[in-house]
Design a protein around this ligand. Structure first.
Ligand SMILES: Nc1ncnc2c1ncn2[C@@H]1O[C@H](COP(=O)(O)OP(=O)(O)OP(=O)(O)O)[C@@H](O)[C@H]1O
Length: 304
């Protein structure tokens, strides 16, 4: 796969505050890439720079083959952006808003109509196309925002916290639309989110804090590196189990008679279980989660 975004040494300060302190990463074409970090980590500032809205102090980036700072028009033509705060007019209908947006792109009347119809179908806004944007529910607004960003069929779609503030069912629906854009249209999706269960579905995750990249990897790699699985054993004979664990120099905690043994890798449970043999009355393996990864790296719980 080719790299559709490449970023090196990107920096931005606001006065004394070093919001982004030399960030390096790349995004593979067609992937779903998630940016995670606590509030104020520098995620939006990074997105604002990559989408040409904010000038970096230093560093370089190439997006869809265009150099940031030198070929910004090219970048703008190949990206779509869904902002945290909508840009649509609350008094206009969704359709009118899409036509207004589409008129920025020098399209003929028939091309414009086709572009609006395609974006509306992709973002699934057909049911409320003729309703004023200001009268829509939170989830419908998000879909309309996504439709707006799709009018010029971008190669990369940036979404800054696309599902924040939505109820769980609506979040799921919006998320499904985002996944379809990636899977069915091959669009590269670059998003920030505070929801771990969403990040866990990304192809690649970067975790950022205090303007720096703390870690990057697939959800599986991050969990292997920064979260521990837990083997829970209920013995028939506690003394025997304790003696066995001590003989193997294994750490454990006893919680209500159940032995909790942290595992670096899930597979490490196998020899322990085998070694305990018939002494096992009950067994459970609890996998490390993205929440554990986030907590271990940033020292804070993610904001929900
Ligand atoms: N225009 C600005 N002027 C001054 N400070 C700013 C500006 N934009 C961002 N900051 C500061 O830069 C830091 C990084 O902010 P940024 O919005 O990039 O974080 P974030 O990771 O997107 O946070 P959130 O999850 O809350 O959106 C914060 O301390 C923020 O207050």
């Amino acid at each position: 796969m080719s790299k559709i975004i490449e970023v090196s040494g990107l920096q931005k300060s606001f006065g004394e505050l070093r919001a982004v302190q030399g960030v390096d990463f790349y995004v593979e074409e067609g992937s779903l890439f998630a940016f995670l970090g606590p509030n104020g980590a520098g995620k939006s500032t990074t997105i604002d720079m990559l989408t040409t809205q904010l000038k970096p102090d230093a560093g370089e980036a190439t997006i869809s083959g265009y150099k940031l700072g030198r070929e910004d028009d090219g970048i703008r033509s190949s990206i779509g952006i869904v902002f945290q705060d909508s840009l649509l007019d609350p008094l206009l209908t969704v359709k009118e808003n899409l036509f207004v947006r589409g008129s920025f792109y020098n399209l003929s009347r028939s091309e414009l109509k086709a572009a609006v119809a395609r974006a509306a179908a992709t973002a699934d806004v057909g049911d409320f196309l003729n309703r004023p944007y200001g009268k829509l529910s939170g989830g419908q607004r998000r879909r309309a925002d996504i439709a707006r960003a799709l009018i010029h069929t971008p190669k990369v779609l940036f979404l800054d916290e696309p599902t924040t503030g939505l109820d769980p069912q609506t979040r799921k629906n919006v998320w499904t639309t985002i996944r379809q854009l990636q899977k069915e249209q091959g669009m590269t999706i670059f998003l920030t989110t505070h929801y771990m269960e969403e990040a866990a579905q990304a192809d690649y995750i970067i975790i950022m804090d205090h303007g720096k990249v703390l870690a990057g990897g697939t959800p599986y790699e991050l969990k292997e590196r920064y979260a521990t699985d837990l083997l829970k054993l209920m013995p028939h004979n506690a003394e025997e189990l304790q003696a066995y664990l001590q003989s193997k120099a294994l750490d454990y905690m006893i919680v209500s008679g159940v032995y909790h043994i942290p595992l670096k890798q899930t597979a490490h449970a196998l020899p322990i279980v085998e070694g305990c043999g018939a002494n096992i009355a009950g067994i459970e393996i609890v996998s490390g989660t993205m929440d554990d990864v986030f907590l271990n790296l940033t020292g804070t719980e993610v904001r929900s």
